[in-house]
Design a protein around this ligand. Sequence first.
Ligand code: SF4
Length: 375
Amino acid sequence: MESKKESISPKLLSKLRKSLLSWFQKNKRELPFRINKNAYRIWVSEIMLQQTRVAAMLPIYETFLERFPDPRSLQNASEDEVMKYWKGLGYYSRARNLKKGAGLLVEKFSGQFPENFEDALSIPGVGSYTASAVLSIAYGKHHAVLDGNVKRVLSRLFLIEQDPLLNSTNQLLGNLALDFLNPEFPGDHNEAMMELGALVCVPIPICQSCPFAEDCEARIAGKEKEIPAAKSVDNWVDLDLHFLFLTSKDRILLLKYPGRRFFKTIYSLPFRLEGKHPYEKDPISEEFFATSRLNSNPHRAKHSITNHRIQLKLSETSEDDRTRIEEIFRKNLDVFFKWVKEEDLKEEFPSSISGKLIKLKNKTIKQPELPAGKV
Ligand code: SF4
């Protein structure tokens, strides 16, 4: 899709960029990862902020960096110690990725976060958003960040009314973010956009404090509270996600493989897609479910992932012979599995779904029956 750049005059672009930076200089929060432009420190902050709010992350960030001030110290620490310093942030796979990434920086990139975008993407846990943020802020590289806050600001500023779930909308916003990026100060520009989305252009926007107020197309049209557009009902996909608690020797099975529809990069309980949905069957989960004796839980819970309206279902089974189960996965090189304690499920399967499934499971625990004659 074409960018809107053609319809935005260079004069206006320049004015908007300047207003943004001047607002940022006056209003930015003093945050420890802004003190200097050290790529390692920015990388750590971006990973911590992926699923944690700034206020909760700050004290942990400071002690983490005191103990692990550079990639080598993080690489040399034991995983247990890294986890200890990560405590309170949750989603521990991020910490494991950071440690693995630190090893990669030391071994492959002379202890520095790489300046090249493709190299940055090769670091575990680093996707295009994190790579763009670190490279632009630390090295002044011309990469635009596009997180939820930035999308909201751009959608309002340039009156993008399309369904935010469509790939074409995402592409349009990506093009706009790049066109709007300040070529002289890409890092400050990116930080300013994120800060504006976090402090001013919030879901109920505070337009009177906004540097774009005079030119914002959504505000001029009186649509600032309607944009981004509500998710289109037409795009909803209804499906059942049927999860399995497979217990063996007091441990439950978790799987991870890229060929499935959801949770491609994290461990989860095994699951199968059911109901009327447009997706192909996943042969691994089909085989696995077909060869397990299931004890179905009658309760259901609701969940949504992007445009999927999901009904969560749960079955339980136990298996003394782990080898039979593991054989199914060993045939597939892409499938990773592990056995974890049930009390660690929320940490090991880092999605709010794990909490909902535990609640479903606990609903079915029967009260012990009283012996006959005792009331
Ligand atoms: S004027 Fe209002 S709606 Fe427009 S970008 Fe600023 S805060 Fe957001």
